[in-house]
Design a protein around this ligand. Structure first.
Ligand SMILES: *[C@@H]1O[C@H](CO)[C@@H](O)[C@H](O)[C@H]1NC(C)=O
Length: 406
């Protein structure tokens, strides 16, 4: 299999992408600005902007290469696992920065680069292979994404002082990553014990990547936790149960899967706290994707979602989701209005959902708040959206949220 980047074809793709995106990005840049100049992003399909499809041969049958992926925004499949923009795109928009181009598309990357690859794991292939699990989605783990970054670094900043300046003015979005490490075991029906054993290893890999980037001069991090996987149609469909208490009464999500995610998120936050204590001059923001997403699942209608637990794109199976007919495959169907659905394809969210998650992270679903990345400098986000928290007494606009940060 050819996993190497192919410069000619990918440069073309990146060119087309830029043309399409320039107006929005330029408008955003004019409207505001934050105390960092660019984003470097590492992770998986929640933030991939094209790396996976650039990493596989032309005839590789990835559904995300086809419509309806990209139908709502971009108007064509862009290598994102959604009907439009994903979490990284909404971060970029909010910060008034251009969309972050995929590393495998080639280019100069003076305005940042995205190393996230759909299917990527926090741990290397060898880790899974040693445990008798053959990961099949992509070999481009977090570690490999770090190698790409280190390879790119000298071309963006050639001298020592250029490097420290560039690194300190960049935001590092590290994750979400680790979700696929667990997904690999979950879809293979491994036990909860086996899943638990994986957690410290996953957290260790994320912690090492952060420390390595700090040693290279990074000062500003956003590190997201995992979202509530017990609420996604894929898992609702493959793990049904009649057992009393199996589903959460309020959200109808699968308790054991969400509890497992909470464990990962708790250990991740402990690791971040350790790193903060070792490096007090570095800002490390925990982005609470879990909380921001649960807020939606607790009151989907408040956010305009009339169909919270089915995928918009999929099959006529329970929850409109099955592993046999996935979104984008022959015979799959797509709902008339993705903005009414939380889930896009059973595992990934619609862009409507991604947007609300990021709005949440820009507000109260981050610890410490994102303004911490600026420490005395001017923190200003470009797009101020109304954010309705689940608690009716706590309805805030982003203007309000921001003023409390300053
Ligand atoms: C979802 O599944 C039902 C049958 O279970 C089907 O009638 C409906 O068309 C499906 N919706 C989509 C969007 O595929």
């Amino acid at each position: 299999m050819a996993f190497a980047p192919r410069p000619a074809a990918s440069a073309l793709v990146a060119g087309v992408l830029l043309l399409v995106l320039m107006p929005a990005a330029a408008a955003a840049a004019a409207a505001g600005g934050v105390c960092f100049d660019r984003i470097f992003s590492f992770g998986d399909s929640l933030t991939d902007t094209g790396n996976f499809i650039l990493s596989v041969p032309d005839d590789f049958p990835d559904p995300a290469k086809r419509l309806p992926y990209g139908q709502t925004f971009f108007g064509r499949p862009s290598g994102r696992y959604s009907d439009g923009r994903n979490l990284l795109d909404f971060f970029a928009e909010a910060f008034g920065l251009p969309y972050v181009p995929p590393y495998l598309g080639g280019g100069e990357f003076l305005n940042g680069a995205n190393f996230a690859v759909g299917g990527a794991t926090a741990l290397d292939y060898s880790f899974f292979r040693e445990r008798g699990v053959e990961p099949t989605w992509t070999p481009h783990s977090l570690n490999e994404q770090m190698q790409w970054f280190k390879k790119l670094l000298p071309s963006i900043a050639s001298t020592e002082s250029e490097r420290s300046d560039m690194m300190s003015k960049s935001l590092f979005l590290l994750g979400e990553v680790g979700g696929n490490d667990y997904n690999h075991l979950i879809v293979r029906g491994k036990s909860l014990d086996e899943l638990h054993e994986l957690v410290p290893n996953v957290i260790g890999a994320i912690g090492s990547a952060i420390t390595e980037l700090i040693n290279l001069g990074a000062k500003k991090f956003v590190v997201p936790g995992n979202f509530p996987i017990g609420c996604v149609p894929l898992y609702l469909a493959i793990f049904p149960s009649e057992k009393e208490g199996y589903y959460n009464k309020e959200t109808e999500c699968i308790e054991w899967l969400n509890e497992f995610t909470e464990l990962h998120n708790r250990l991740l936050q402990e690791e971040l706290e350790k790193i903060r204590n070792l490096h007090p001059d570095v800002s490390i923001i925990y982005a609470d994707y879990y909380g921001a997403t649960m807020n939606i699942f607790r009151a989907p209608l408040q956010f305009g979602f009339t169909v919270p637990r089915n995928s918009c794109c999929g099959s006529d199976a329970p929850h409109n989701c099955s592993l046999s007919v996935m979104c984008g495959n022959p015979g799959s169907t797509v709902c008339p209005d993705p903005s009414k659905y939380i889930s896009w394809d059973g595992l990934h969210f619609t862009e409507a959902t991604y947007k609300i998650i990021i709005q949440g992270v820009l507000g109260s679903y981050a610890f410490p708040p994102l303004s911490e990345t600026c420490r005395g400098g001017e923190y200003k986000i470009s797009q101020l959206h109304l954010c309705t928290d689940n608690n009716p007494t706590n309805t805030v606009t982003y203007d309000d949220a921001m003023s409390s940060f300053i």
